[in-house]
Design a protein around this ligand. Structure first.
Ligand code: GLY
Ligand code: MN
Ligand code: MN
Length: 499
C-alpha cells in the first residue's frame, strides 16, 4: 500500500457517495439500519466470543527462557576470547517500494526470538566493555518511529527487546557504527557466511549491509581474526536436536499439513488448476493458525510431477495425471514438509501403481533406518537399494548404477526452523527430526517405453528419532493406495467442491 492508492480510494468513495445520493431516501434508510444492525451484532459476537489479546511474541512463540538457554549453550561452545555476530535477514525488495514478506534469519530467531530486520546480536564469550558498560550480550535493533509505525505496525524497540525477549542489553541499530566495543582482548570473531543478497537501503547507514560493514571495520581496527565457518558448525550442533517446546510447534505444523493434504485429496478432480490445489492447501494452513507455508508449495501435475522443486503451479490437471503435493505449514517458525502423490481422477493407472508401490516400499525401508546410532545417510542407502532393484525388475534401467536417471535427489534432510534445517549429518540422535522422501521421476522422452512417461511420484514423511522405534510424525495423512483412493472419493467439506 502506498500514498497514491489512498487518494484513489478517496476518489472512489466520493464517486460512490454521489451514486448513493441518487438512491431513494427510504431505501437508503433501510440499508443503513440493516448495516448498523449487522455491525452491532458482529460487535456483540466479537466481544462475547473472541478472546482478543495481543499474540505478538508473548503467547505464541518460544518462551524467552528457551532463547536465553540457547545463547548460554552457544557461549559454552565458543572458543576463549571470542565474540559472535549474528545479523538479521535482509528485507528483500520485490519491486519499487513493495517488499517480500520478511522472514527472520533462523539462527538469530533461535537465539533471540526477534522477528524484525536491521538487527545485530553481539554475543561475547566473556563479559566485555561496550561504551564503558560491561555486558555479555547486546542486541542492536531498529528504533521505534511513530511515523513508520503508522504504515508498518509496531516495533519492539530497545525497551521491548529487553522486557519481552529477555535480552540483557539492547541498543538502537543507529548506534552500532559508533559504539565502542572493546575487541582488543578478542582473538577471534565468529560470523555466519555473509549472504550476498543484501538488497536494502544503504543510504541510511544502519540497514543490514551497513551494519555488516561497520562490524568488519571494528574488527580490522582491533586486528581481530574473522572466522566464517565455526559459528555455522556450532549452530548446526545446537539446532539439530529439538527441545520439547520446538517439538510441540513441529507437531502442530505437521498436523496442520496433514489436514491440508487430506482436504486436497477430497477436493482433487481433473480440470482443477494446480493453483486451486495450492489455494486449498494454504487455506487450511491459515485457517488452522499457521503463519505461512514454510517454503513455496510444490503442486506439480502430469509432466510437472517430474520437476523436483516445481512452484509455478499454473497447469490444469488432466484426466489421468498424478499430482505431487509437497507442502509444509510453518507454525511459530517451525515448518513441516510432507509429500503425497494423488491421482486426479481417483485411480492410479497400472504403470502409476507399479511406480507408486516401489517408492512406498523404498520409503518404508528408509524409515526403518531412522534409529538412534544409525548414520545420517542410512535411510538414503536403504531407499536407494530398493529403488535400484525395482527399476531393474521393471526394465527401466539395465544396471543398478543407472538409478540416478529416475531418482536424482537425497532421501533425507533435517527439519525445523528451516525446511532444510541446520545439522551436522553425523549419527542419528534422539530428538532429531528428519524427512524420508524417496521419489521416482520419469520425464517425457526418457529412454524407456513411453507408457512410463510423465509419471512422477514422491512420498515424504517427517520422522522423529527416539530411543526406540522411529515416530512418523506425519502419519496423520495416509499414504497407501487403497487409503488415498478412499479419501479421494469423499467430498471436501471446507471448500466448494465441484466433484
Ligand atoms: N519440500 C522440499 C523438500 O522436500 O526438500
Ligand atoms: Mn523435504
Ligand atoms: Mn518436501
Amino acid at each position: 500500500m502506498f500514498g497514491r492508492s489512498q487518494s484513489k480510494r478517496l476518489l472512489f468513495i466520493s464517486a460512490y457517495i454521489k451514486n448513493v445520493e441518487r438512491l431513494h431516501f427510504f431505501s437508503l434508510g433501510v440499508f443503513l439500519c440493516l448495516l448498523c444492525a449487522s455491525q452491532m451484532s458482529l460487535a456483540q459476537n466479537d466481544s462475547r466470543n473472541i478472546d482478543i489479546k495481543d499474540p505478538h511474541y508473548q503467547d505464541t512463540h518460544l518462551p524467552k527462557e528457551f532463547h536465553q538457554k540457547k545463547r548460554n549453550e552457544l557461549r559454552k561452545l565458543m572458543p576463549d576470547s571470542s565474540v559472535a555476530f549474528f545479523f538479521s535477514n535482509p528485507l528483500c525488495r520485490r519491486s519499487n517500494d513493495v517488499y517480500f514478506e520478511f522472514h527472520q534469519e533462523p539462527n538469530l530467531y533461535y537465539l533471540t526470538g526477534l522477528t524484525e530486520p536491521d538487527a545485530v546480536l553481539v554475543l561475547f564469550k566473556s563479559p566485555t566493555s561496550v561504551d564503558g558498560e560491561v555486558v555479555d550480550e547486546l542486541l542492536f535493533v531498529a528504533e521505534r518511529d511513530s511515523l513508520n509505525e503508522i504504515w508498518n505496525g509496531k516495533k519492539l524497540g530497545t525497551e521491548g527487546v529487553e522486557r519481552t525477549l529477555g535480552i540483557k542489553r539492547a541498543r538502537i541499530n543507529k548506534d552500532f557504527k559508533e559504539s565502542k566495543i572493546d575487541l582488543k582482548g578478542a582473538k577471534v570473531a565468529l560470523f555466519l557466511p555473509f549472504s550476498d543478497l543484501l538488497e536494502d537501503d544503504k543510504s541510511i547507514g544502519y540497514d543490514l549491509a551497513s551494519l555488516m560493514s561497520h562490524a568488519d571495520t571494528k574488527l580490522k581496527l582491533d586486528s581481530v581474526r574473522r572466522d566464517d565457518y565455526l559459528l555455522k558448525e556450532f549452530m548446526s550442533n545446537l539446532r539439530q536436536t529439538k527441545e520439547r517446546e520446538e517439538l510441540e510447534f513441529l507437531r502442530s505444523a505437521i498436523q496442520i499439513t496433514c489436514e491440508a493434504q487430506i482436504e486436497l485429496m477430497k477436493a482433487i478432480h481433473p480440470g482443477m488448476k494446480e493453483y486451486e490445489s495450492e489455494a486449498i492447501i494454504e487455506y487450511v494452513f491459515k485457517k488452522r493458525g499457521a503463519e505461512y507455508p514454510g517454503f513455496p508449495s510444490i503442486l506439480g501435475s502430469g509432466e510437472n510431477s517430474c520437476v523436483l522443486h516445481y512452484v509455478t503451479n499454473r497447469r490444469t490437471l488432466g484426466w489421468d495425471d498424478l499430482l505431487v503435493s509437497d507442502v509444509g505449514a510453518e507454525y511459530r517458525g517451525y515448518t513441516a514438509d510432507v509429500t503425497r502423490t494423488i491421482p486426479a481422477n481417483g485411480e492410479y493407472s497400472k504403470e502409476q501403481t507399479l511406480i507408486y508401490e516401489l517408492v512406498l516400499k523404498a520409503q518404508l525401508a528408509g524409515i526403518a533406518q531412522c534409529k538412534k546410532g544409525k548414520k545420517f545417510w542410512d535411510p538414503h542407502d536403504a531407499a536407494k537399494k530398493i529403488i535400484q532393484e525395482g527399476l531393474m525388475e521393471l526394465g527401466l534401467i539395465n544396471d543398478p548404477s543407472e538409478y540416478r536417471r529416475y531418482f536424482m535427489h537425497g532421501t533425507s534432510h533435517y527439519l525445523g526452523l528451516d525446511v532444510h534445517d541446520a545439522g551436522l549429518y553425523g549419527p542419528l540422535k534422539p530428538n532429531m527430526v528428519i524427512t524420508v522422501e524417496p521419489g521416482i521421476y520419469i520425464p517425457e522422452h526418457s529412454d524407456c517405453d513411453p507408457k512410463w512417461w510423465n509419471i512422477g511420484v514422491r512420498i515424504e514423511d517427517d520422522i522423529l528419532i527416539t530411543n526406540g522405534e522411529p515416530e512418523v510424525l506425519s502419519d496423520c495423512v495416509p499414504k497407501t493406495i487403497p487409503e488415498i483412493i478412499n479419501i479421494v472419493k469423499e467430498k471436501s467439506i471446507k471448500i466448494i467442491d465441484p466433484k
